[in-house]
Write a protein that binds this ligand. Structure first.
Ligand code: 7TS
Length: 427
């Protein structure tokens, strides 16, 4: 797996080396997604909302159908054939995720519902262990609500304080300001790998090194990172990394929390119930080993298997070329949107990924989204669950086109044509 080259400047990340675009056959990729061929409102579907959720290749749907058709049983419990098969498939998916993240041990991979649940798990176990009265939790100004609210709840519970590292007007995290905010009371740093609203790719390796130099562990929200940039947890040396299956071509209802073994071992369990215990009496319960200590109840077997199939599918593609395809498309889209009079891109960090957020004249983003929808173009509009970021940028909302591996230049052209219609209607 490819790793980030060392950035030459604090705030510049060169994402992917140049690869000939013809090494990646986007039409072939698209054939794996039947939904991309369906018409919407009498038009060809142009799906530009992959940051919200990606479409699923048929290999994922088939793997899940096969599981239900041929292997369904509860895991870790039965002595019977199907239970063994289901357990193998579920644990196989864990190993698949371990490989994807380059984690050291499969036991460092906890299956959860998604990024949101993963971050809550860290806040209410690791966070509770570490954060006390007067302590500080450091975040950045570009976090998604799911990497803000759990920490805010923790701080309220503990009498601790949230501290926020600022960004510049392009959406670049100010590393020197971040560093200034790491003090003796800083118990934890939460940072997104890639911003869902701006596309900013944070120089994680550098951030982790900065924080570790002061003894501060780093929790990474990888919801938009894992699908678009290398997510090698050993290379990054982060303490936790969370991502969602549904944003990386897998199913909903499954996600991953990676945690360094020493942290997971030390953390108390979160939810109690079946599977997370070794023994229970009314006097005392002893807990299972990691990762099962954090997986109370029947897990989402089909989801984990679907996620494993998604990662198989993704990593069977020429990854370098696939990344280059997304970068090329983003550059094409940036250029095309920049040429539209009255349109302003929001989020122009160098080396950004997969997201084209913008405001257009003073047209309400919701109106933009509605007109585009009539053209078959699906984008998202609103605050993107990043209200503090919107406040910082002095806007209420943006329209956001977000890219997946299956998007094409033709789809960007359709977006641009749709925006010309929006102008005719509103401007
Ligand atoms: N973190 C980031 C950076 C995200 O983009 C999202 C979801 C989450 C966390 C939460 O992920 P979940 O799978 O637990 O819901 N972001 C978006 C979005 O940008 N549009 O819809 C959901």
């Amino acid at each position: 797996m490819r790793v980030h080259p060392s950035p030459p400047e604090a705030d510049v990340v060169t994402l992917h080396e140049s690869v000939p675009p013809d090494a990646f056959d986007v039409e072939r990729v698209r054939r794996d997604f039947p939904i991309l061929a369906r018409p919407v409102r009498g038009k060809k579907l142009v799906y530009l909302d992959s940051a919200a959720t990606t479409q699923k290749p048929r290999q994922v749907v088939e793997a899940m159908a096969r599981y239900f058709d041929q292997e369904n049983a509860n895991v870790h419990r039965g002595v019977h054939f199907l239970s063994e098969r289901a357990t193998e498939a579920y644990e196989g998916a864990r190993e698949r995720v371990r490989k994807f993240l380059n984690a050291r041990h499969a036991s460092e991979i906890v299956f959860v519902r998604g990024t949101t649940e993963a971050l809550n798990l860290v806040a209410f176990t690791f966070g509770r262990l570490r954060v006390g009265v007067g302590d500080e939790v450091l975040l950045t100004a570009m976090e998604h609500h799911s990497n803000i609210v759990p920490w805010q709840m923790l701080c309220a519970d503990r009498g601790a304080k949230l501290v926020v590292a600022p960004i510049d007007d392009r959406g670049v995290l100010l590393l020197d300001e971040l560093e200034k905010r790491i003090g003796p009371r800083t118990k934890l740093l939460g940072v997104t790998h890639v911003s869902n609203a701006l596309g900013t790719v944070n120089p994680l390796k550098q951030i982790v090194a900065l924080a570790h130099a002061r003894g501060v562990p780093v929790v990474v929200d990888g919801a938009q990172g894992a699908p678009h940039v290398p997510a090698d947890v050993r290379d990054l040396d982060c303490d936790f990394y969370a991502f969602s299956g549904h944003k990386i071509y897998g199913p909903t209802g499954i996600g991953v929390l990676y945690g360094k073994a020493e942290h997971l071992e030390a953390m108390p369990p979160w939810q109690g119930g079946g599977d997370m215990i070794l023994s229970v009496s009314f006097e005392k319960t002893t807990y299972n080993r990691v990762p099962y200590k954090f997986e109370a109840g029947t897990p989402n077997m089909a989801g984990a298997i679907g996620l494993g199939a998604a990662l198989d599918w993704l990593e069977a593609l020429p990854r370098e070329a696939a990344w280059a395809h997304e970068d090329e498309l983003l550059a094409y889209g940036t250029e095309a949107l920049s040429r539209i009079r009255g349109l302003r891109l929001v989020g122009t960090a160098p080396g950004k990924a997969a997201v084209l957020s913008f405001v257009f004249e003073d047209i309400h983003p919701h109106d933009i989204g509605t007109v585009l929808d009539r053209e078959g173009v699906a984008i998202r509009t609103g605050h993107h669950c990043a209200q503090p970021l919107m406040q910082r940028l002095g806007i209420a909302a943006t329209a956001r086109a977000s890219l997946g591996i299956y998007n094409t230049r033709g789809e960007i052209d359709a977006l641009v044509a749709g925006l010309e219609k929006v102008r005719r209607m509103f401007a």
